[in-house]
Ligand binder design. Structure first.
Ligand code: UD1
Ligand code: UDP
Length: 354
């Protein structure tokens, strides 16, 4: 069986790397990896391949830093060329980025079977590019690997059971990755207090809305008077902060870090504040409370069970959530499959082919 894996953005390196390790255990599976180039800076891309035992991509398409249409269009053209050359049995895509959608469109047009990992997630906000990408990708897949029961239920609610698509609750590959990399974690070079807060901001709905980004950074500057805030800064956010000349002098801003350093930072922080999807779950895996700077989340089980507080971007709400923070409540539920998702995914693909 030949699997063509499409990746391009930071979270996909971590997820696909985890599944690649599982694929490598099976001699009957050949994996061909295509890196679209959506993320291209050394600390957004190379560092993950260098540090994390992820196989080097077989193809690098070099398509990044463009508008959504140009990026997705050029990816479609190049991925199609690779698919025609490689003739895979499966195209495998991850999550909800433009690289995901491009891979899905190519596979469906060429009638190559498509597997979507992290399927069924919904924010119900159609203004998010990710929501559009994931809905379209789900609809043209042959097999949907859902990380949570909520994701399976979302697909049922949208009538997916009437389609010829297999829906599997596989668990979440990010949990497999977090468990694997925990013992390899590396302390970053920056100066850290005992009790620091770890923060990341990069979602378009925050960075591309001046009022929201101003209000978030006003709140962070206020909080930083009480607690050190470490903020590994995504290049998208860096550009906006520079353009708007937003004050960040109270914050400890560092370049994006590799995953081994990120895992260390999550494991040792006292609180997480983020608009990232992946980091919301990693906070839970490492038993840290998470304040989420978004109006909605795909990981509603974290909110329902009190591990995650959704605050949006309003100054007062952010400060109130910070003041009311509490210790992490003991985990009583296994919300993400306990680290067996990659294994489940590969078993299901082999069974599908048999
Ligand atoms: C993308 C995904 C988002 C995901 C995020 C993970 C889409 C629509 N969005 O958002 O779902 O959460 O990746 O981090 O696919 N840039 C650099 N260097 C890089 C990468 C990006 O300078 O290595 C700049 C780009 O030039 C661009 C901006 O950052 O101006 C945004 O990059 P892009 O890939 O479009 O989207 P992300 O915000 O990273
Ligand atoms: N991450 C990282 N270094 C950083 C910031 C994030 O390794 O400087 C990790 C983060 O822990 C998560 C993954 O990158 O596992 C994806 O996060 P991101 O916020 O970029 O994307 P999202 O999950 O929101 O799509």
């Amino acid at each position: 069986m030949k699997i063509l894996t499409i990746l391009g953005a930071r979270p996909q390196f971590i997820k696909a790397g985890t599944v690649s390790r599982e694929i490598a255990k099976h001699k009957e599976i050949q994996e061909v990896i295509v890196h679209t180039g959506q993320h291209y800076d050394a600390n957004m891309s190379d560092i993950f391949f260098d540090e994390m035992q992820i196989p080097k991509p077989d193809y690098f398409l070099g398509i990044g830093g463009k508008t959504h249409g140009a990026m997705t269009g050029q990816m479609i053209e190049k991925i199609e060329e690779v698919c025609l050359k490689e003739n895979p049995d499966w195209v495998m895509v991850y999550g909800d980025t433009n690289s995901t959608l491009a891979g899905a469109i190519v596979a469906s047009k060429l009638h190559i079977k498509l597997a979507h990992i992290e399927a069924g997630l919904r924010s119900f906000n159609m203004k998010m590019p990710e929501e559009v990408n994931r809905i379209l990708t789900d609809r043209v897949s042959q097999i949907l690997f859902c990380p949570t029961d909520t994701a399976v239920q979302n697909l049922k609610n949208e009538g997916f059971t009437a389609f010829d698509i297999k829906i599997i609750q596989s668990g979440d590959v990010m949990q497999d990755g977090a468990m694997f990399y925990k013992s390899l974690a590396i302390k970053p070079q920056c100066k850290l207090s005992e009790d620091y807060l770890l923060c990341t901001i990069h979602r378009a709905e925050n960075t591309d809305d001046e009022q929201r980004i101003q209000s978030i950074f006003k709140a962070l500057n206020r909080i930083a008077k009480e607690k050190q805030i470490i903020l590994p800064l995504h290049p998208r956010t860096k550009k906006i902060l520079d353009n708007l000349a937003i004050d960040t002098k109270n914050l400890t801003i560092i370049d994006p870090v590799g995953y081994l350093e990120m895992v260390w930072l999550i494991d040792h922080c006292s609180l997480v504040m983020t608009d990232s999807g992946g980091l919301q779950k990693e906070a839970y895996f490492f038993e840290k409370q998470c304040i989420t700077l978004r109006d909605e989340t795909e990981w509603i089980e974290l909110v329902e069970n009190g591990f995650n507080i959704l605050v949006g971007a309003e100054y007062e709400k952010i400060l109130t959530a910070f003041k009311n923070r509490s210790a992490f409540e003991a985990k009583t539920l296994d919300l993400y499959g306990g680290g067996k998702a990659s294994q489940n995914i590969i078993q299901e693909l082999l069974a599908y082919e048999a």
